[in-house]
Write a protein that binds this ligand. Structure first.
Ligand SMILES: *[C@@H]1O[C@H](CO)[C@@H](O)[C@H](O)[C@H]1NC(C)=O
Length: 255
């Protein structure tokens, strides 16, 4: 009795909320024929990811604790364990899509990197206008790579501090050269990109080759719109990925 009731509820929710079949939530269909929606290509997904990097400012840095901890005041059993910690980034190298990070020497993420860890930046899209009808439908991704220190020429030439402080006015307090915390400018050199665009029946889920990530142009980033980016009600969330002409996205779809 209960099973039947919840099954019927699931079915009605599935159609009312335009949810995918359960087996298509976290995986793409194996054939094009099976897809109920147009699934963006890998390159289109790369453009979405680059726009998210451009508009978002905060993500999670994941690193791995080293095995040695002689001088560290930390539990011994965390060696080899990943830890994800919130941090700021800035999209200050549009030519490559390598995020810029202000590395504070005493922060755990950067201590782990100094001890040899690679690093992953994970981020997700937050609509400025609407709560999503399902957060699982919203793009998120991880950039896997390593940190590289910027040279003084790059710092001056690319106006890194101005770019970063535009995203993070408060970071002006801990820019390199401040009196309290030792810090330096680094880039996350992106090696691999793992993307979950949303539900698998209408969004690409999988690896994006780094060449696709790097080849995205400013024009492409400016042109695309992310779910909920426009102020026209949550209908836009449902129709996201049911490709809409750009004009229709501008106005007049308020529900
Ligand atoms: C970091 O990643 C590179 C591949 O990009 C790999 O060769 C290296 O072993 C990794 N370093 C650690 C400490 O896992």
């Amino acid at each position: 009795m209960h099973i039947t009731a919840s099954f019927l509820l699931l079915i009605s929710l599935t159609s009312a909320w335009n949810l995918p079949l359960p087996q298509r939530i976290f995986a793409n269909p194996t054939s094009e024929r099976e897809a109920s929606h147009k699934i963006p290509t890998v390159h289109e997904s790369a453009v979405q990811a680059r726009r998210i990097l451009h508009l978002e400012t905060i993500g999670t840095l994941s690193t791995i604790f080293p095995s040695t901890h002689a001088t560290e005041n930390r539990p011994s059993d965390v060696s080899g364990t990943p830890i994800g910690l919130m941090d700021y980034f800035g999209d200050c190298e549009p030519g490559t899509g390598n995020p810029t990070i202000l590395a504070i020497s005493i922060a755990t993420s950067f201590k782990n990197v100094a001890a040899g860890s690679n690093i992953t930046l994970s981020l997700r899209w937050h609509s400025p206008n609407h709560r999503p009808y399902s957060a699982a439908a919203i793009p998120r991704f991880s950039l896997v790579g390593h940190l590289e220190e910027l040279t003084p020429e790059e710092i001056m030439g690319q106006n890194v501090a101005a770019c970063f402080v535009k995203y993070h006015p408060d970071a002006a307090w801990w820019l390199p050269g401040n009196k309290i915390h030792e810090s330096k400018w680094v880039r996350l050199v992106v090696k691999e990109v793992y993307w979950i665009g949303g539900f698998g029946d209408r969004a690409y889920i999988g690896w994006i080759p780094v060449e696709e990530w790097r080849s995205v142009t400013k024009e492409e980033i400016d042109k695309i719109r992310l779910p909920g980016e426009k102020k026209h009600g949550w209908r836009s969330w449902k129709s996201w990925f049911v490709s809409q002409p750009e004009e229709n996205q501008e106005e007049g779809l308020e529900l």
